[in-house]
Design a protein around this ligand. Structure first.
Ligand code: SF4
Length: 591
């Protein structure tokens, strides 16, 4: 595809959007904001929208979006920004928001497509290259596999730091790069990998980077301002109604990277929804505009139904005539008004996530929805005529046996008996994540997982249940990246077309083997992710791991996360202006 066709294609995409910010570049700091996956996936990311708005808030800054397009890369086309079709190498700052490990391969491919030296060390000392900075949940828990690519990584939530970060870019981007890195390193939550030599990580004299989290929900504006019919969440007004989750599921990265749980007040959420519903977004049909429509309202949180005013919120939104979607839901308890509002919005599938088939294993993973909770939700789905029921399970949890897989079959068949329409289950392999109680666990061998997935298909398909089973081999690749270290960076650059075989061959070419990353780790031994201070104490993680060994449920954050210092997160706060770490007393005041 020629360059002008490439530009025409981006113009067509922009033409279907609402809310894009178009600025001329003259005299401004130029920031390329990249989401390392397709436009459709990236445009469904609230983090991307918050950063886009935040960077563009300054009149002397222009921020444009960049997405991964494998066809364009395969055709040898340059990596261009969406708004103006400018090559990313021409920007002053190239910022990435990274949520998922499997997107690491796309980052490596985008660096190749951008035709600039991928490693920060290779760019050091040469003027003219953009400053490469990144952030996001995956990197905030273990930045090491990607560390060699970036000049700086923001660990944790960036909102409160963003104005200072942008001001620093504006002030110092023309200055000597080392001086800029000095200033970045002086900021709270900013990790400059080039300043930390491998081997020093875990060295007690080397201060880990304290994860940033926003104490005051009022400081957040987690709501959409960009809309397109071409996103996975098409024309959706996303509202993050709460950040974090206090349930403490031992496998869950979101439950630890966003601690403590903080919710938005209902009045604020309703005001955002009202504002969203006033928007009239173009509807396209037969290649042209065919009227307008208000966006649907997407409620975002690790556990939407845990919001303390969820019933009232759902009822109010339903009363406003909003079409509601939710990102996740628990059944203990289920919010009946929320499920009713979803059914009235035409939601096709009710998705619940037991995660494990037996009560025993649900105690081990500390996701303690009872069978009664789960089946009550199934009955509600049947009563409200949802066309489809989806049950999410993970397989390969620590201590799992074939009896637990039989537990999945038994629970699903009980749901099958209640719900008369489509029933689908997902059987996703468990992947241990850094800074969670299961961070030290071994990955269950792919052979065992395959056998368990076959068992599920054999025992459920005949009962007209669809079993969707994610690949254990690709889960191993994700696990290598989730607990990997800097030695993986050249491996990522050494993969042209991503295949399982290509990945293991690239590992071997760099003297590595997957087993090293998949095997059990010994608590207390240095780990690559020790460069991050998540705020959760190692003793708390071990305590939760021991409870798992004893099949006991664990600690749950108290409502409002007040009067609690259990895991350590609420016990300290980082002053983003002074970078000082302040102990917090039980009353929440800083000592
Ligand atoms: S200190 Fe308590 S309330 Fe705060 S995140 Fe940890 S467990 Fe939750």
């Amino acid at each position: 595809m020629s360059h002008w066709k490439q530009i025409a294609a981006t113009k067509a995409i922009l033409g279907r959007e609402t809310g894009a910010i178009l600025k001329d570049h003259g005299g401004k700091l130029r920031i390329a904001l990249a989401y390392p996956n397709s436009y459709a996936v990236g445009m469904s990311s609230l983090a991307l929208q918050i950063l886009y708005r935040g960077f563009n808030a300054r009149p002397d800054v222009v921020c444009e979006r960049v997405f991964w397009d494998p066809q364009a890369a395969a055709a040898g086309q340059p990596l261009l920004s969406l708004e103006s079709g400018t090559p990313v190498a021409d920007f002053d700052v190239w910022a990435f928001t990274v949520s998922f490990e499997m997107d690491y391969f796309n980052i490596a491919a985008m660096l190749r497509q951008a035709e600039m030296p991928p490693l920060a060390a290779e760019r050091a000392g040469t003027e003219g290259y953009p400053l490469l900075i990144a952030g996001g949940p995956a990197l905030s828990m273990n930045p090491e596999p990607l560390a060699p690519f970036f000049d700086a990584v923001v660990i944790g939530e960036v909102e409160e730091l963003l104005p200072r970060l942008t001001a620093l870019f504006v002030e110092a981007i023309e200055e000597d790069r080392e001086r800029l890195l000095d200033a970045l390193e002086a900021l709270p939550g900013v990790y400059v990998p080039g300043r930390r030599v491998v081997g020093q990580i875990g060295n007690p004299s080397y201060e880990p980077i304290a994860r940033l989290w926003v104490r005051d929900p009022d400081a957040l504006e987690p709501v959409s301002s960009l809309y397109t019919p071409d996103a996975e969440f098409a024309n959706r007004h996303l509202i993050e109604i709460a950040r974090g989750c206090g349930r403490g599921c031992r496998f869950c990265l979101a439950g630890y990277v966003y601690r403590p749980p903080r919710e938005q007040p209902i009045d604020r959420i309703l005001a955002w929804a009202r504002e969203g519903l006033t928007r009239q977004l173009p509807v396209f049909a037969h290649g042209g505009r065919a009227g307008t429509q208000a966006p649907s309202i997407g409620l975002v949180s690790a556990a939407v139904s845990d919001h303390s005013h969820i019933d009232e919120l759902a009822t109010e939104l339903h009363g406003m005539g909003a079409r509601i979607t939710v990102s996740s839901m628990r059944t203990d308890p289920i919010s009946v008004p929320l499920v009713r509002a979803m059914a009235a919005s035409g939601t096709q599938t009710l998705t619940i996530a037991p995660e494990a088939g037996s009560e025993r294993l649900r105690r081990v993973i500390n996701k303690t929805q009872t069978e009664a909770d789960l089946l009550t939700a199934v009955e509600l789905a049947q009563t409200l005529n949802f066309p489809q029921l989806k049950l999410y399970f993970m397989i390969g949890h620590p201590t799992e046996t074939d009896d637990d897989i039989q537990g999945i079959v038994d629970l699903t068949l009980k749901a099958r008996a209640i719900f008369r329409r489509n029933v689908t289950i997902n059987a996703t392999p468990f992947v241990p994540k850094a800074h969670t109680p299961f961070q030290w666990m071994a990955v269950t061998p792919a052979k065992t997982l395959h056998a368990r997935q076959v068992m599920l298909k054999r025992l459920l398909t005949k009962h007209n249940v669809t079993v969707s089973a994610d690949s254990p081999e690709w889960a191993e690749v994700q696990a290598v990246l989730a607990r990997g270290d800097r030695r993986l960076a050249p491996v990522l650059m050494d993969i042209d077309r991503l295949t399982l075989r290509g990945f293991s061959e690239a590992l071997a070419r760099h003297g590595l083997a997957a087993e090293e990353f998949l095997d059990e780790r010994t608590p207390g031994t240095p780990q690559p992710w020790d460069v991050v201070e998540s705020g959760v104490t190692p003793s708390f993680l071990r305590y939760e791991q021991r409870l798992a060994d004893r099949e006991r449920p664990g600690h749950r954050c108290p409502p409002g996360a007040v009067e609690c210092l259990a895991c350590g997160v609420c016990g300290v706060t980082v002053d983003v202006n002074t970078k000082t770490t302040l102990p917090v007393t039980l009353s929440g005041s800083t000592a």
